[in-house]
Write a protein that binds this ligand. Structure first.
Ligand SMILES: Cc1ncc(COP(=O)(O)O)c(C=O)c1O
Length: 405
């Protein structure tokens, strides 16, 4: 006789029965404020989606081919937890070239994305009840990573004025408490385009030294810098070997590899075993064939990276100039990253505005409120796309702004 499903096998149990046993701090993780508008608009015909933090160019063929070759060549086994030696060597050379630091492969640890790099840094620095200070508006995932570790993200709004967003070190210092363990510093910043000056970085380091804090340095947009220098100011320029700085990094943006999920941490070699353990007990390493692709990116990717930066600079100017010409936007051209963060005169409810722009302009932007304190009244627009699409999006927005009156 075949058994028929009994009531006890029903899948209709009330959801609270499951949610009640999920740990409070995990259940309390916020839903992304960007996803609401994406879900609302993603299938609209002709929609120009500028809400996400990625470009429209697929990973270059030479990177894909290096990964495919390794995959077909049998690199399908468990691998080094810290990353394959060849990739760690390539990372050391890349950093030496870009930042003028000594070549030392033992400082580099391969992770399954910049996001995992952040989780590892947070896991080393923070525990239940500890506080992590972060200037906002900020990409929401860093605060959420702290919350996931049971820690408390403390938002400190950047100052905003005619020069755009700037760091107010006194506000940051005033937010330090006996529970503070880390400063999370993203420069150039998503979503504001804020770029810390060398003086800002020195002041942050001095504060971290005085209070015994970690600095988690997220400089993933460091190459996307529009001030006629090869890269933005970095903690590398001002730190000493004994400073407690953990760099979180990614292949996602420079080399158009967002879907690969591969990044790295740069940290003092003394932390090697701890980081190895954190990788071992989470993902147990990054696929070796993907790491071969990453080596190709570092070794052959310079012309591609430079092209992406030039394209982003053009995109920034194109959209910003069209919007500024309306005379109805509050917008300062960002010095770094690839986002405009701007307000439209008379539009304060940006959550509703994001949805309205989907309906009425067919352009997808992220509401500033998704990025924490200080984001009210702003919209984020990603300009890492081709000029044709950006021009069309800017025209649509300008027409929408003019048509409101
Ligand atoms: C500021 C910042 N840091 C880190 C990341 C992580 O990138 P990924 O997880 O794709 O490596 C992102 C992605 O958008 C970001 O904007």
């Amino acid at each position: 006789m075949t058994a028929s499903p009994s009531a006890s096998l029903s899948f209709d149990a009330p959801s609270d029965a499951f949610l009640d046993r999920v740990r409070d701090h995990v259940r309390a993780l916020p839903e992304s404020g960007i996803v609401e508008v994406m879900n609302y608009g993603r299938n609209r015909p002709g929609m120009i989606p500028l809400w996400a933090g990625e470009g429209d160019v697929p990973t270059p063929a030479f990177i894909c081919e290096a990964a495919a070759k390794a995959l077909h060549g049998g690199e399908t086994f468990y691998t080094w937890q810290r990353g394959i030696p060849e990739l760690r060597d390539a990372l050391a050379r890349y950093h030496a070239e870009l930042y003028g630091v000594p070549v030392d492969p033992s400082r580099y640890f391969v992770t399954g994305s910049g996001m995992q790099a952040i989780h590892i840094a947070v896991a080393m620095a923070l525990g239940a009840g500890d506080e992590m200070i972060l200037p906002t508006p900020a990409w929401p995932n860093a605060a959420a990573a702290a919350q996931k570790a049971g820690a408390v993200p403390v938002e400190v709004p950047l100052a905003y004025g005619p020069d755009g967003f700037t760091l107010d070190i006194d506000r940051i210092a005033a937010a330090v408490t006996p529970r503070t363990r880390a400063l999370f510093i993203n420069t150039p910043a998503n979503p504001t385009g804020f770029v810390a000056t060398h003086d800002d970085l020195k002041a942050l380091l001095a504060l971290a030294r005085a209070k015994g804090l970690w600095i988690i340095a997220d400089e993933i947009y460091g190459r996307f810098y529009y001030d006629d220098a090869e890269r933005a100011p970095s903690f590398h320029d001002v730190m000493a070997p004994d400073d407690h700085v953990l760099f979180v990094q990614t292949f996602s943006k420079n080399w158009a590899m967002t879907g690969w999920r591969i990044g790295w941490i740069e940290a003092p070699p003394a932390l090697g075993q701890v980081i190895e353990n954190l990788v071992q007990y989470s993902t147990s390493g990054v696929a070796a064939f993907m790491q071969r692709g990453a080596i190709a990116a570092l070794e052959e990717g310079e012309p591609f990276v430079k092209e992406q930066i030039a394209r982003a600079r053009l995109g920034r100017d194109l959209v910003a100039d069209t919007l500024l010409a309306t005379g109805k936007v509050d917008l300062v051209k960002p010095k770094g990253a690839f986002y405009l963060f701007f307000g439209i005169a008379g539009e304060s409810d940006v959550r509703k505005l994001g949805l309205k722009l989907v309906d009425e302009a067919n352009v997808g932007l992220a509401p500033g409120t998704a990025f924490g304190a200080g984001g009210e009244g702003f919209l984020r627009l990603c300009f890492a796309r081709g000029a044709h699409q950006l021009d069309e999006a800017a025209q649509r927005l300008a027409r929408w702004i003019a048509g409101r009156a």
